[in-house]
Design a protein around this ligand. Structure first.
Ligand SMILES: [Zn+2]
Length: 460
């Protein structure tokens, strides 16, 4: 069941409610795609091309909402295999219980988990996803390659972040010593995958980022070495920060400062950095994020599931800092659909800041252009504009949704409507609610097999 290949063909979506996210909104508009780019967006029907419209695929978007494809700024795909295992507890309790299980993973577990996780993301409107992989048990095959191959098969734009941990329990860290690497080994392996996979070109389907895991599992040496490596290669930096009160306490004890102050001291704030969670921020931290252009991957379901708190998203946005949405790993955010995080972000911000705090349109912007800014790709993706890549989600409203007049409210406030079409660089990944690049059933089975393999641990 192959998806159609990207190429020079022309595709036209008409009669849809088009939300460009860059300002304009067309209640009955069109989008023209040629090859992997958007060539026109506007009201009414599309203009006929000078050479005739032969060979054009026409999609009647009547009753549909067209948005930019969603951008997922934080994930741990391998955790598809470890879902529902530790259902309750704080981040540190959950991590300590999870590490021994994760230590059993191999390339086969990662391949199955990543295939299921990426297929699930595509089904909820995601066209670009990051992944943060930081557990590399020795002698278990090429885990990084396994997820890269899965992303190629599913057909999403992929930003795998080569993660690392080098501060085991004996060095004052949280993870057991047998799941961490040596700093030098981690940096060498990271440089290898940058050289092998990173593609900086316009329209790239794969960009690598450097991503030591967190202050409580990574040495200062590895944090600064990672920043130097990323900047030497012109790739982006990512880590977890300020997720819970436990982490704040750990940083005070170990480093004598708060988590974001620690990052600032290490040169880890800047326009080439985006950070997961950022729940516990001081006013000064928020200001520094705005001043430095540091991005935030906001993961509201995971923050709620772990009782971490409610991130200061409204304050970060007011400070001008980039904010995107992320589903986080499925072991702390089981089967979270990316589109559903738009609703979750809205509701959690309103619970904290009041009923006008985050509108549906602003939350949609976070899920698209905000995420693109976090990844440094705002000139390529994140909005529907001529010249940008044709990453488009078409949502089928109608039926029960007809009782709501505003299509963006219908999309964001309740259950996410079905996905009529998902284009990644003009290529169809989902049509009529079904995956076209891989079989949805096969992807689900691969995820379930990965789960059983990890839990039984027979291969270790
Ligand atoms: Zn995470």
């Amino acid at each position: 069941m192959p998806g159609d290949a990207p190429g020079a063909r022309r595709l036209v979506i008409e009669n849809a409610h088009v939300v460009t996210v860059s300002g304009a909104e067309f209640p009955s508009g069109h989008i023209v795609v040629e090859g992997d780019r958007i060539t026109a967006v506007g009201p009414g029907p599309a203009a006929e091309p000078a050479g005739g419209a032969e060979g054009t695929e026409r999609i009647d978007g009547s009753g549909c909402l067209a948005t930019p494809g969603l951008v997922n700024t934080h994930h741990h795909l391998y955790q598809w295999a470890a879902q529902g295992v530790i259902p309750d507890g704080t981040l540190f309790e959950w991590l300590v219980a999870s590490y021994p299980l994760w230590a059993r993973m191999d390339a086969e577990v990662v391949a199955g988990a990543a295939t299921a996780g990426l297929a699930w993301l595509a089904a909820s409107g995601c066209t670009t996803s990051t992944d943060h992989h930081y557990v590399f048990p020795k002698g278990r095959g090429d885990l990084f390659e396994a997820e890269v191959e899965a992303a190629r098969r599913v057909g999403l734009r992929f930003h795998p972040c080569r993660g690392s941990m080098d501060r085991g329990r004996s060095a004052g860290g949280l993870p057991p010593d047998d799941v961490v690497e040596r700093a030098g080994d981690a940096l060498r392996a990271t440089e290898d995958v940058i050289r092998k996979y990173h593609d900086p070109s316009f329209g790239s389907m794969l960009r690598v980022a450097v991503a030591p895991c967190s202050p409580f599992s990574v040495s200062e040496e590895l944090m600064t070495g990672s920043a130097e490596l990323a900047r030497a290669h012109g790739v982006r930096l990512h880590t977890h920060i300020a997720e819970t009160a436990d982490e704040e306490e750990h940083c005070r004890e170990q480093f004598g400062v708060l988590p974001v102050e620690y990052l600032d001291r290490l040169g880890w704030l800047g326009p080439d950095v985006w950070l997961a969670h950022c729940v516990h921020l001081t006013d000064k931290d928020v200001r520094r994020f705005g001043e430095t252009g540091t991005g935030t991957a906001h993961c509201p379901s995971s923050n709620g599931r772990l009782g971490a708190g409610i991130a200061r998203v409204c304050d970060l946005l007011a400070a001008g800092a980039p904010v995107g949405l992320g589903v986080d790993g499925a072991a702390s955010s089981e089967m979270t659909p990316l589109a559903g995080e738009i609703r979750m972000a809205m509701l959690m911000q309103r619970a904290r800041y009041g009923p006008r705090a985050l509108t549906a349109r602003r939350a949609l912007e976070m899920a698209t252009l905000g995420g693109a800014r976090c990844l440094g790709r705002q000139d390529e993706i994140g909005s529907l504009e001529p010249g940008k890549l044709a990453d488009v989600a078409l949502w089928r409203l109608g039926g029960f949704y007809d009782a709501i007049d505003d299509p963006v409210v219908a999309f964001a406030y309740g259950a996410t409507p079905p996905l009529e079409r998902l284009l990644v660089g003009g290529r169809t990944v989902v049509a009529g609610g079904e995956l076209r690049t891989v079989s949805g059933q096969a992807a689900a089975e691969a995820g379930a097999r990965a789960h059983r393999r990890l839990l039984t641990g027979d291969h270790v």
